[in-house]
Every structure is written in C-alpha cells, then in structure tokens.
Design a protein around this ligand. Structure first.
Ligand code: SOE
Length: 389
C-alpha cells in the first residue's frame, strides 16, 4: 500500500483534527486508498513545533514552514494556519508540485483566492478545502434525496450557523477579529460552511442581498498566539482594540435554478454552540438538518397520506453514505472527528487516483465571489450579482 508523506503547517485546533484524521483514515476505511505518514509539523517556533510533533504523532517539528515545501520527500502540504498565510503557502506548495489540503475559508480576499486557484490549476495538483460539514452522512443523504428528485423542484431554503463563543465583549480580539489576518468575520469563519453545504445541495448562487453588522466594536487584545474561542480569565483588564470585521451576516441568495433562501451566521448568539442547520422545501417534500443532532435527517413527503404527513427522522447508519465504513448500527454517534476522517478519505483517495475532489480551490474561489457580492450588497443595499470565475 502506498504511503504519502505529509507536512502540516499550523499546530492549533485544526492541526489536532487533521492529525486524528490521518490516523483514523485506515481505521475506518479499510483497505485504505493509501496511508499517510505524519512527517513534519511546522509552527511559529521550533519549540512549539516539537511539542506539537510529540502530541500529534509527527516524526519531527520545524519552526520554518519552508522546510516542508523544500523537502522533496513531502507529497502533501496541509495548511492549518490562520487565513493570512493560506495564499503564500498554497502557491509555494503548488509550485513545488505538492498536493494540498487547506483549511477554510480559502483566503482573505478574492484576489488571493484567484491566485491560489490558478496556481493549483497550473500545477495540476489535487487540492481540497476543508469544509467538513458537507461530509456528514445526513448531509450526504439530503443530497441523495434531492438528486433522486424526492423533493421535486426546490423552491426555497434557509440555513444558519449560530455560535456564542464571542458573545461576551471580553472574548478576546484574536486573529478572527482582525481583517488583515482573517479577511472577514462571521462570513468567512462560519457562514462559508453553510454556503458550501447549500451550494453542494442546490447548485450555484447567482445574486445576493446582504446585511452585515458589528455589534461588539472593540475587544481586549489577545495575548499569546493561542486561538482562544471564548472569554479569557483576566481579559477585562487588558487594553482593547477595534474589531474591523462582521459579527453577524444575513444573506438572501438566489440560486441558478430559481430557488431562493437565506443564510444567517453569528458567533454572538447566546445558547447556540455549533448550530448549523438547513431546511429545504421542494414541490414534493422537505428536508431539515441540524448539526447539533447530526445523526439525523428530518424528511417530509407530500405523497404521505394527509392524516400521517409530517417530518419523520431518519437516523443515519451503515445504510447511508460513508456509513458502512463508520459504525455498525445507526445512532452510535457521528462526531466532528468522523467528518474530518471522511474528508481525509476523499482527499487521499483523490490523491492516490490522480484526480480532483470537491470542495476544492475552485469552490473556495466561488465562495469568495459570493462573499464579494454580499459585502458589496451590504454597502449598496441592493441585490448584487455574483461574478463568475
Ligand atoms: C470558530 O467559529 C470555529 O472554530 C470555526 O472556525 C470552524 O470552522 C467551525 O467548524 C467551528 O468553529
């Protein structure tokens, strides 16, 4: 069995998820399309990289990510850094002929996304963006129902991504609130996940009307580089600086098919944690998904007899997409880890077959263009067309 060598850049929360996915891939998907050896992990200093190597099972650490690009034995570059480093690393990796897995969102700007897309296209390398939630079996099942025409023509949809980890004004000004590092706030960080799922389910969006808001205008400056998601003890005594990205976004979108709907995202919704939902209505039925109950898909069909028509719950299990590889009976529980393992499986399969996979840099670039139209609409107050690639 082929073994690929991976170099992972960034050693935070996402590096943990990717490290587990490399290890878990052959455990769930056996025979695996290929194995992956965790060879090098890069962080800002050698000391931190060495600690991450020990924790995440890499052969060694480095304080300079260029060591990964310049190492001819590395087949795959995995980018788990904040958004400001995605373009530089991905373009260097593509030029060096490495396959690339990159965390979402693709970049800070449309120009960066374009450059990344062109670099991987020119190099012909397999590239994947880590929008993991579409890999949830229940989301894949929704795609199956829609593809089979079980919902009829799609009329409308609504999607949400609601969290509350930044609702307290003392939640620190991490990189996620600084435009020069992240590009955008709730839009790039979380709305893009729902945009990705709904593009996957319904096809491309052509026009957007959006409202964006920043409710907490300044936050305590974060000390240290750890990605703090939530309030830090003593944070109220730290000097504050301005937030220059969106806290909340509300998009109304039109699909190429004519369907339209809304996507709402905020990290300031008390009581909501990872509340990723979508509801899709068609002429023959509806589906409803809530990631906080991610083993379930709610379905309702117009053809059911009137006296028993209503949403019913399908628990995903071995009969459903990816289910056979995961757990032997429904409702044992799919978690964040499983979505990352399925994502890794699709990526490594594509690498081993010399193919492309979705979502990829082209999808990421398209989502940046949707963001561009949304931000334009938020200031013009008008419907704005989404540019095509
Ligand atoms: C913070 O909002 C965050 O870590 C996002 O950046 C991830 O993409 C999401 O999966 C969980 O929440």
């Amino acid at each position: 069995m082929k073994t690929y060598q991976v170099g992972l850049i960034g050693a935070g929360f996402m590096a943990k998820a990717h490290a587990i996915a490399y290890a878990g891939l052959p455990v769930f998907f056996w025979p695996a399309p290929a194995l992956v050896n965790r060879k090098i992990i890069a962080d800002l200093t050698q000391e931190r990289a060495d600690a991450a190597a020990a924790q995440f099972g890499f052969e060694k650490g480095t304080g300079d990510w260029h060591d990964i690009i310049n190492d001819p034995s590395i087949d795959i570059v995995d980018i788990c850094t904040p958004n400001d480093a995605h373009a530089e690393i991905a373009i260097a990796a593509a030029k060096a002929g490495k396959h690339i897995l990159c965390e979402k969102p693709i970049s800070r700007t449309v120009d960066e996304a374009k450059a990344m897309y062109e670099a991987v296209k020119k190099a012909g390398v397999t590239n994947k963006l880590a929008f993991n939630y579409r890999m949830t079996p229940a989301v894949q099942l929704a795609k199956k129902y829609i593809g089979e025409g079980a919902l009829g023509d799609i009329l409308d949809f609504r999607g949400t991504y609601l969290q509350d980890w930044s609702a307290d004004p003392n939640s620190p000004l991490s990189w996620r609130f600084q435009k020069k590092i992240c590009g955008s706030g709730a839009f790039g960080d979380i709305a893009t996940h729902v945009v990705d799922m709904l593009r996957f389910l319904l096809g491309d969006f052509t026009e957007v009307n959006a409202r964006l808001a920043t409710y907490i205008k300044e936050r305590p400056v974060q000390t240290g580089t750890v990605d703090n998601l939530g309030v830090v003890k003593g944070g109220e005594n730290v000097p504050k600086k301005a937030v220059d990205v969106d806290d909340q976004c509300l998009l109304t979108l039109k699909c190429k098919s004519g369907a339209f709907g809304t996507i709402e995202a905020t990290r300031n919704a008390w009581g909501r944690n990872n509340y990723i939902t979508f509801e899709i209505h068609g002429t023959k039925g509806s589906v409803y998904f809530n990631y906080e109950r991610r083993d379930e898909l709610q379905v309702c069909f117009a053809s059911d007899p009137g006296d028993r028509r209503g949403f019913r719950t399908v628990y995903t299990g071995p009969a459903h997409p990816y289910g056979e590889a995961l757990w032997p009976i429904p409702a044992l529980g799919i978690g964040y880890t499983e979505t990352k393992i399925v994502e890794m499986y699709e990526f490594i399969k594509a690498v081993s077959e010399g193919k492309q996979v979705e979502p990829n840099f082209e999808d990421g670039y398209n989502i940046e263009l949707i963001g561009e139209a949304a931000f334009k609409s938020a200031s013009s107050g008008l419907w704005e067309k989404v540019r095509s690639i």
